[in-house]
Design a binder for this molecule. Sequence first.
Ligand code: ADP
Ligand code: MG
Length: 313
Amino acid sequence: MPKIVIALGGNALQSKDSASTAEAQLEVAKQTCERVAELSRGGYEMAIVHGNGPQVGRILLASETARDTVPPMPFDVCGAMSQGYIGYHLQQALRYSLASRGLNIPVVSLVTQMIVEKADPAFQNPTKPIGGFYTEAEAKELENTKGYAMKEDAGRGWRRVVASPLPRRIVEIDQVRQLWDSSIVITCGGGGIPVIENADGTLEGVAAVIDKDFAAELLAEQMDADILMILTEVEKAAIHWGKPNQESLDHMSLAQAAQYVEEGHFAPGSMLPKVQACMKFVRTNPHKRAIITSLDKAIEALRGETGTVISFA
Ligand code: ADP
Ligand code: MG
């Protein structure tokens, strides 16, 4: 059976008009898992990676808000917590969607650590805002007492910023491999919990945000998956995005993709990392395929009927 790594975007867990509650997330997860179960019925072996931006943000905010009552959780711990409850929702929903199709495939989520490099240039220039807003005085205090990097956020106040380093190695990759044959594994949630490896071999969580599309790519590469499928809000990536001459893309070769990236067609932080992840994946092996499409169109895209396919040539 073809192996596929699926990266689920923010809309797989939260819809634009639903509340940002755990209950609403479970409802959206149920719809998402109906789609994923259809893919499984289509004869694919799969692992699932999901985003966690809004969720980890809320966990951090709750923890910061309650700081006078309970000690705040470090950001890596917030990431682990988000993997836990998102994984739980997907596990529960997907188990049901599979069973209702007569598929009794175990679904298991794995708290996953991702090694990043201490020397990653991203650490020199943290850019990702996380958590709540502070006054300038509070920001200075946090800089001095906790060593946080704080930045003024577009006139709205001061916020903590963290780096977005590249994922280098999935600590639990052997366990993913063992589970793959028997189960659908939910892994590398939110890009994985960023950890650095000390000289003595110990791992240490760091406050950082890893791009989940890059993490999914690394997983797909390491699992020797046939397809990397990035599911997001749009059916296809486009050039001249948002302009009158916008043009949806059915297919990009590596060379075409590189040219479009160069020309700045894909927005940093949203479509650009997806295209870059797809490029990296197909570069590893000319027989591999990467697809960017929407959750709703995943099945059609695998049949080659829609989506943006990125391939070597
Ligand atoms: P996710 O949560 O799925 O990771 P993002 O919101 O980070 O998704 O990125 C997907 C979004 O990127 C699309 O919904 C679209 O609004 C935006 N986008 C930016 N540039 C492009 C482009 N060139 N083609 C298509 N979508 C684009
Ligand atoms: Mg999004």
